[in-house]
Design a binder for this molecule. Structure first.
Ligand SMILES: Nc1ncnc2c1ncn2[C@@H]1O[C@H](COP(=O)(O)OP(=O)(O)OP(=O)(O)O)[C@@H](O)[C@H]1O
Ligand SMILES: O=C(O)C1=C[C@@H](O)[C@@H](O)[C@H](O)C1
Ligand SMILES: [Mg+2]
Length: 169
């Protein structure tokens, strides 16, 4: 039998995929994996450096490979990068998986992301760029999601408990 994630988390930057995903994995007693971290380990450098040195297209190529590998081999909670759903190949690969969309509105996303360093796509005019990214991607998150959890004003622990309850058969 092939291994598949118990849950895949998707959502905008700052939606809490990494934070809630770690808490959810701990609550379920399974491993947490994050394709952003997989890519950084494979490239042996942080994502902002990949964007600067090789460009976004190269990052997206690494990301498609990381998503396919993780979906095929990870049995725990899997967080995808915020832009992974842009690739049709990734959206198709998610069909048949349990995919939770962590939804967030702009005010909470801005508070959480902080509009500082570390997110290369938000380097210029961060608030307007984040707003645009979120509007462009909202239908794509909805397309792949089997459930949507509203995260605004809620703690990562509350959200992890809610998702754990959703996953119960
Ligand atoms: N529900 C929440 N309430 C308050 N703060 C949160 C919540 N979820 C995440 N945060 C905080 O927001 C910041 C961003 O969270 P996180 O890195 O988990 O987002 P992400 O969805 O993984 O983003 P990215 O797409 O950039 O990987 C972190 O500092 C985290 O502690
Ligand atoms: O929203 C995005 O496109 C990104 C989000 C992060 O998770 C990283 O995957 C990277 O910074 C790109
Ligand atoms: Mg993350």
């Amino acid at each position: 039998m092939s291994t598949r994630p118990v849950c895949v988390l998707v959502g905008a930057p700052g939606s809490g995929k990494t934070t809630v995903g770690s808490a959810l994995a701990a609550a379920l007693g399974v491993e947490f994996r994050d394709t952003d971290l997989d890519i950084e380990q494979l490239a042996a450098k942080p994502i902002p450096e990949i964007f600067v040195d090789e460009g976004e297209d190269h990052f997206r190529t690494l990301e498609r490979a990381a998503v396919a590998a993780a979906l095929a081999s990870h049995g725990g909670v899997l967080a995808l990068g915020g832009g992974a759903i842009l690739a049709e190949e990734n959206r198709a690969a998610l069909i048949g998986h349990t995919v939770v969309h962590l939804s967030v509105q702009l005010p909470d996303a801005v508070k959480r992301v902080g509009l500082g360093a570390g997110r290369p796509l938000l380097a210029i005019n961060p608030r307007a760029t984040l707003k645009h990214l979120m509007e462009q991607r909202r239908p794509l998150y909805a397309e792949v999601a089997t459930a949507t959890v509203v995260t605004d004003g809620r703690t990562p622990e509350e959200l992890a408990a809610e998702i754990a309850a959703l996953l119960k058969p």
